[in-house]
Design a protein around this ligand. Structure first.
Ligand code: ZN
Length: 197
C-alpha cells in the first residue's frame, strides 16, 4: 500500500467543480430510478460529491451532480459552517442528499414578497450577485435509501434549495441575477451603497 492510498478525508483529491461555460451545467438532468440508487454508478457520484464537501478548496454549502459532470437529479447540502450559522442565525444541517427533488413555492404572495440576496456558486467562482428567490418552499424527494422525504422550509435553506435545483435544469444564478449587482468577492462589504440598483 502506497502512502498516497492511505490518505483519507480532505487529502484525497476531490473532483473538479465545473465552471460556467461547461455544457454539463446547461443540460436538463435525468431522474434517478429507485432501483439504480445502490448501483456503483450512482454510489460513485455520491462519493465524489462527498469529496467536494470535505475538500478545503471547495467551501460549498450546496452542490448538484451536474456541477461535477453527472447529468442526474441529485443534490446535496450541508449547513455546518460556524460563521454562516451565526450570520444567518440558522440551525445546523448535516450533509444531506436529495434524489429527484421537486420544489413547490409556498409563498402566499410570490414575486412581490420575494427577497433579493447575494448568491455565489462554485461554478461561477469569485463573483456574487443579488438574486430574487421565494422565501418559503416545500420539497419532495427521495433520500439515499430510496425513501420518500417531504419537508417545508424557509429563509437561507429555501434559497439554497432553489439554487441547487436550478442546476438540475441547466440554470445558473447568473441567469436570474440582478445584472447590475454582479460583483467580485473582493468588493463584498466595500461598496454596499451602490449595489442592487
Ligand atoms: Zn451553484
Amino acid at each position: 500500500m502506497s502512502a498516497a492510498s492511505r490518505l483519507t478525508g480532505w487529502f484525497r483529491k476531490a473532483p473538479t467543480v465545473l465552471r460556467a461555460g461547461h455544457p454539463s451545467l446547461r443540460v436538463k438532468a435525468e431522474p434517478i430510478k429507485v432501483e439504480d440508487i445502490p448501483t456503483q454508478k450512482i454510489q460513485r457520484v455520491i462519493r465524489e460529491m462527498k469529496g467536494v464537501f470535505s475538500s478545503p478548496y471547495t467551501p460549498v454549502v450546496g452542490l448538484a451532480a451536474p456541477q461535477i459532470g453527472h447529468p442526474i437529479r441529485l443534490i446535496a447540502y450541508r449547513l455546518e459552517d460556524k460563521k454562516l450559522l451565526e450570520e444567518r442565525r440558522i440551525d445546523p444541517v448535516p450533509l444531506t442528499f436529495l434524489i429527484n427533488p421537486t420544489l413547490l413555492i409556498t409563498d402566499k404572495d410570490p414575486e412581490t414578497k420575494w427577497s433579493a440576496e447575494y448568491e455565489s456558486c462554485e461554478s461561477v467562482p469569485n463573483y456574487n450577485a443579488l438574486v430574487k428567490r421565494a422565501g418559503h418552499v416545500k420539497v419532495e424527494a427521495l433520500d439515499l435509501k430510496g425513501n420518500k422525504v417531504s419537508f417545508s422550509t424557509g429563509g437561507f435553506l429555501a434559497r439554497l434549495l432553489q439554487h441547487e435545483m436550478d442546476h438540475l435544469d441547466g440554470v445558473l444564478f447568473t441567469d436570474r441575477m440582478d445584472c447590475k449587482s454582479f460583483r467580485h468577492d473582493k468588493y463584498i462589504d466595500k461598496y454596499e451603497l451602490y449595489t442592487g440598483r
